[in-house]
Design a protein around this ligand. Structure first.
Ligand SMILES: *Cc1c(COP(=O)(O)O)cnc(C)c1O
Length: 409
């Protein structure tokens, strides 16, 4: 074996196990307290309500309600806005499926808008093309931790009187114009899944300043049972989406660590961007002036005219060196997945797509130039708060070496 390879191979901290997570004695102590108390349910215990209170305070929001997953959080946000069957909700095709299927569960039609190929984020321009008299809400996903252009998006949405739901699952403490993401939309969702900035394994939370949306969100998490009301009833269709006290305890211990997690990721991402300046065929992430990207992942753009094999080619080289990168993040636009392409919903009914305008479910490639170009060019590197200088150097060196091997001409 050559002197390089094995000896030079660095194992990167991973968010899939302890090496890249901030779980420790604080979480164990809080969990022990829950178990000793014998109270595991959030309607009776103190941990989930305290987590909600502190999360709201951290963001400066009036209300926060925890739930069982990020998908549940998106569902809760949609249900709070209360679409009727056939209403349209504009969203992106480059996101987690858990951000999309809740739209259909509420009887609404997901209308996919195109994205900026440089960031893979939706923009006011791409959203505007999809607006119709049926548009009930707009979901804005801050992909990889890079905030969308919220100023122009909110101007458009406010002008039309359409509520925005921010999906902040990948973007804890990201900022746009000096304001945290999750502070722009009417009601906004976060995920605490294993691979997010802070985690309870599974979990989610919604935030809002609107009392009416807050009430509906709370009820949607709790089978719509009016706890504490004079004459409580099950007011509308809703599931049990509650977070347990076990998760609440871990969440409460994780929360004070978030700022450090974000700062560490920002610092190391900046170092990598500096090291990759001028590497041919590689572009580092485009961040709007004044925005703070909080680096759930580090997303390179690869120019296949310069680099043999483009993003997949470069990705294969990096994986040989133990960098678990995903050329396409999501393998294909969501509308190419069976659930949407074949409208596989409830039995063979295809509902709610039977209610859709034909234009709303036209997934022709020509309508999504940014989505296809973005997905073709991105190379998504795993990012982590436990990365140090040695990991950044290792990744930068691996990229430079791969580029020198693959560079055309
Ligand atoms: C992770 C994620 C979700 C879903 O969260 P889960 O906790 O996995 O259900 C939704 N939207 C985005 C953008 C995500 O990254």
């Amino acid at each position: 074996m050559s002197k390089e390879s094995a000896a030079d191979r660095l194992v990167l901290p991973s968010d899939q196990n302890a090496s890249g997570r901030t779980l420790g004695d604080e979480e164990i102590a809080a969990l022990t307290e829950v178990i000793r108390s014998g109270v595991m349910v959030s309607t009776k215990g103190p941990f989930v309500p305290e987590f909600e209170k502190r999360f709201a305070t951290m963001l400066g929001a009036k209300y926060a309600y925890a739930c069982s997953s990020g998908s549940a959080a998106v569902h809760v946000a949609i249900a709070a806005i209360d679409p009727k069957p056939g209403d349209e909700i504009i969203t992106t095709a480059i996101t987690d499926m858990g951000a999309l299927t809740p739209i259909c569960y509420q009887g609404a039609i997901p209308v996919f808008c195109d994205v900026d190929p440089d960031t893979c984020n939706v923009t006011a321009k791409t959203i505007e093309k999809c607006l119709s008299d049926r548009t009930k809400a707009i979901i804005v996903t801050h992909l990889f931790g890079n905030p969308c252009e919220m100023k122009s998006i909110m101007a458009l949405a406010n002008e039309r009187g359409i509520p925005v739901i921010e999906d902040c699952a990948q973007a804890f403490l990201a900022e746009h114009g000096g304001k945290y993401v999750g502070r722009f939309g009417a009601i906004n969702a976060f995920s605490l899944q294993q691979g997010k900035h802070i985690t309870t394994g599974e979990g989610g939370i919604v935030v809002t300043d609107n009392a009416e949306l807050a009430r509906r969100a709370y009820l949607h998490i709790n089978k719509a049972w009016g706890y504490g009301d004079e004459k409580p009833d099950h007011y509308f269709l809703a599931l049990n989406y509650r977070m347990t006290e076990l998760q609440g305890a871990v969440a409460l211990a994780q929360l004070p660590k978030l700022k450090g997690v974000v700062e560490a990721r920002v610092a190391t991402a900046k170092a990598l961007s500096e090291q990759l300046q001028g590497v041919p065929g590689i572009r580092t992430p485009k961040i709007e002036a004044g925005a703070v990207h909080t680096w759930w992942k580090y997303c390179l753009n690869v120019d296949e005219k310069v680099i043999e094999g483009g993003s997949p080619g470069l990705g294969a080289k990096l994986r040989e060196r133990g960098i678990a990168c995903a050329p396409r993040y999501v393998v294909k636009p969501a509308f190419r997945c069976q659930v949407f392409a074949e409208q596989r919903t409830f039995g063979d009914s295809r509902w709610p797509f039977t209610l859709a305008r034909p234009e709303a479910v036209d997934y022709s490639e020509s309508l999504f130039p940014g989505t296809f170009k973005g997905l073709r060019d991105i190379l998504v590197l795993p990012w982590n708060e436990k990365y140090g200088r040695e990991h950044v150097n290792y990744i930068a060196e691996a990229v430079r070496m791969a580029v020198s091997e693959l560079k055309r001409g």
